[in-house]
Design a protein around this ligand. Structure first.
Ligand code: GTP
Length: 370
């Protein structure tokens, strides 16, 4: 029997101007990966702390690291080739991070990823690292930073240890204004929660000396008592419903999701809109994708969503989602209502990747793409 194929691997683009802290953030992820396997694509792997992990072998310009990481030196034209290597079954990766070189236009990488026909990847977001202390000077020298911020899905305002709280607030405001819908989170030494970028999988059989970061770990030592920094962290909202969602209202909710809502994951039950399938949902920044999967026999018909963002209003979001619930479901005999529901589903189907049936077989409960 063919073993089940892996679900799609999120590919995160890590961008930012020279010296903003991209490599520091990447090293932080590598050190705190809690048994997860991270694939890394960089222009120059001299700067990655390969000492933090063990180099197990090197083939061409790919370095395979003993405890589950892979490093490639890449130029953009080779991206697809490397993604192919990294998404191969042998690599068993949970996330791939591409560190864009300091001067690269991140939009170009994002465009390539979205256009890639590699069925094993999904877009994991554009993370723009910004040096909080140098932001004003960088912007004067490189006004194009505004363009980068405008297309980012998540902005990490780094080096918070180098600025006063008042200055941090001012920079956060200007970054937020340029940042379109992006969520802004603050960090020192790139210490962000890996869960912002991918869903860490617990791997008890692997090195258990790595543990999941706690909220406290994410705050710099000196700042753990400062209220402002708590506000700078992210929030996550869980929503579970045994009442099906109205596809039309749910799409209206997604279309108008607030700035700062960085990720949405989980699955939706559209009831009579598609009784045979649940819809795995993956949204990052402005990107949205649904993957229908057949309900397993006896599986409870539930919608389960987790929304992650910064500066989001949890109660308001929950209320809006409750407003998407549709307790009344038309019977098959009610043709008019069924047609209306079908039209409602068109909005959802626009975001279904076609065809991806070869990517993952039907439905083990934890074998979806969320
Ligand atoms: N004070 C302070 N220094 C930091 C922080 N994050 C990174 N650094 C330092 O800033 C310098 C640049 O960090 P890198 O992680 O190399 O930055 P980068 O964006 O990868 O740089 P390039 O590869 O040149 O584009 C290093 O000396 C880091 O130790 C931080 O939050 N606070």
């Amino acid at each position: 029997m063919t073993p089940p194929r892996a679900p799609q691997i999120p590919v995160v683009v890590l961008a930012g101007f020279l010296g903003s802290g991209k490599t520091t953030l990447l090293n932080h992820l590598l050190r705190n990966r809690a048994g997860n396997r991270i694939g890394v694509i960089v222009n120059d792997f001299g700067s990655i702390e390969i000492d933090a992990v063990t180099v197990a072998g090197q083939v061409g310009s790919t370095v395979s690291l003993g405890n589950g990481c892979l490093c490639c030196a890449v130029d953009a034209s080779e991206l697809d080739t490397y993604l192919e290597t990294l998404t191969g079954p042998a690599a068993r990766l949970d996330v791939i991070v591409i560190e864009a070189s300091g001067l690269a236009e991140p939009q170009e990488l994002v465009r390539m990823l979205l256009a890639s026909d590699n069925p094993h990847i999904r877009y994991g977001g554009l993370v723009e690292v910004v040096d909080a202390a140098e932001f004003t000077a960088t912007r004067e020298r490189h006004p194009e930073i505004d363009r980068h911020l405008a297309v980012a899905d998540l902005i990490v305002l780094n080096k918070t240890d180098r600025v006063t709280d008042a200055r941090l607030r001012a920079v956060r405001e200007s970054v937020g204004t340029s940042g379109g819908r992006a969520a802004v989170i603050c960090s020192a030494y790139g210490r962000i929660d890996p869960e912002l970028l991918f869903d860490p999988v617990l791997r008890p059989d692997e090195d258990d000396s790595f543990r999941q970061l706690t909220f406290e770990d994410l705050l710099p030592e000196d700042d753990r008592t400062h209220e402002e920094h708590l506000h700078a962290a992210y929030e996550s909202v869980a929503f579970t419903s045994d009442v099906p969602l109205c596809p039309r209202r749910f799409m209206a909710f997604l279309d108008s999701r607030p700035a700062g809502l960085y990720r949405i994951k989980g699955f939706a039950d559209f009831g009579a809109g598609d009784p045979g399938n649940r819809y795995a949902l993956h949204a990052v920044g402005g990107f949205l994708r649904f993957v229908p999967r057949r309900w397993a026999r006896d599986e409870p018909r539930l919608t389960q969503l987790v929304l992650i963002g910064s500066g989001i209003d949890a109660d308001a979001l929950r209320k809006e989602l409750e407003g998407c619930q549709e307790p009344w479901q038309p019977s098959a005999a009610d043709q008019d209502a069924a047609e209306q529901l079908e039209r409602g589903m068109w909005g959802v189907l626009r975001y279904v990747r076609q065809p991806d049936d070869d990517v993952a077989p039907a439905a083990a409960p934890d074998d979806d793409e969320t």
